[in-house]
Design a protein around this ligand. Structure first.
Ligand code: 0X9
Ligand code: ZN
Length: 299
């Protein structure tokens, strides 16, 4: 059991995953895909109630430490998939790999020391941390990323310098082309973003990416009227290379790759009141249903 009336700490989320693995051994397993700089386990929950050959949907949250609604929603998604019988079809027709907190050190640091921390916690000579979403090895450092250690968008000393980003890379490489959809949850601003983030040029299948996002957006909006902006990262937000979405599509070969910027709140945008976790999760889950149906029907 886990509650969505407060933002939960890393340990609580970890315990919840263990509890699910113990209570639902037929459909759930939990794996450590890596270790953060400070030694925390990076957990991935595998969920599936159908064939092991089913198409896979890969989901992560918490690349950026301060974007608390991201791990909160991703944990809610896990709960709905595992514990809500009504969603059984969503795990019978696709398999899920879900990493609720990809940057656990940063996430804990935002709870204990600095609410607005964004990066990992690996030390540098002058400053701490790398922006995980500038650290992927695809057009790395070409645009919208900083070579300065103290910048919030520091791309790292090299691509995949961080154990956290390497852990995600290794999952994608291990499961290969069985992964059909990648969703990475961030906040804030209500965007459904698809590649590319490194160029204003569109991928050749942009029409497919866009059409699916239009359906997802409509499903989210149908719940309480929340509207999202749809487009390529560069064209509707800003150019920024080295993001997980671009790498997963460009190198990982997962055609359907999206960054979802969940709604913001509070003074800085990142501190959406805890009372909003459930309403946001409810509407966002309706969007994820559309994604799941698309994958189940098309692969
Ligand atoms: O800048 C980012 O990493 C994301 N926005 S955030 O406010 N959550 O930091 C957007 C990433 C979009 N994707 C790429 N630029 N590849
Ligand atoms: Zn982010």
């Amino acid at each position: 059991k886990i509650s969505f009336t407060e933002y939960q700490r890393y340990d609580t989320i970890q315990e919840y995953l263990s509890e699910l693995a113990a209570n639902y051994p037929d459909i759930v397993s939990v794996e450590e895909i890596g270790t953060s700089y400070e030694g925390r386990g990076i957990s991935m929950i595998k969920i599936g109630a159908g064939s092991s050959d089913n198409p896979i949907i890969l989901v992560d949250g918490g690349i950026h430490a301060r974007e608390w609604i991201s791990p909160a929603f991703v944990t809610y998604l896990i709960q709905e998939l595992v514990e809500n019988e009504d969603n059984r079809n969503m795990i019978e027709s696709t398999n899920w790999l879900i990493i609720p907190v990809l940057n656990p050190d940063g996430y804990e640091y935002t709870h204990t020391s600095a609410r607005l921390w964004r990066k990992t916690r690996s030390p540098g000579l002058l400053c701490t941390g790398v922006d995980g979403n500038r650290n992927f090895d695809f057009h790395w450092m070409e645009t919208g990323a900083s070579a300065l250690q103290c910048s919030d968008t520091f791309a790292g000393s090299a691509p995949f310098s961080e154990s956290e980003t390497s852990a995600l890379r290794d999952v994608v490489l291990a499961y290969g082309d069985q992964i059909k959809l990648y969703l990475t949850f961030h906040s804030y601003g209500n965007y459904l973003l698809y590649p590319w983030g490194y160029t204003s040029e569109l991928p050749e299948d942009a029409d497919v990416l866009d059409a699916l996002a239009v359906d997802v957006e409509a499903a989210i909006a149908s719940v309480a009227g929340t509207r999202y902006t749809i487009g390529s990262s560069t064209n509707v937000l800003y150019a920024a290379a080295g993001g997980s979405d671009d790498w997963v599509k460009g190198i990982g070969g997962v055609a359907l790759s999206y960054t979802i910027e969940l709604p913001g709140g509070g003074i800085w945008g990142f501190d959406l009141p805890a009372a909003r976790i459930l309403p946001v999760s409810l509407e966002t889950f309706e969007g994820v249903k559309i994604y799941q149906r698309y994958v189940a029907d098309n692969f």
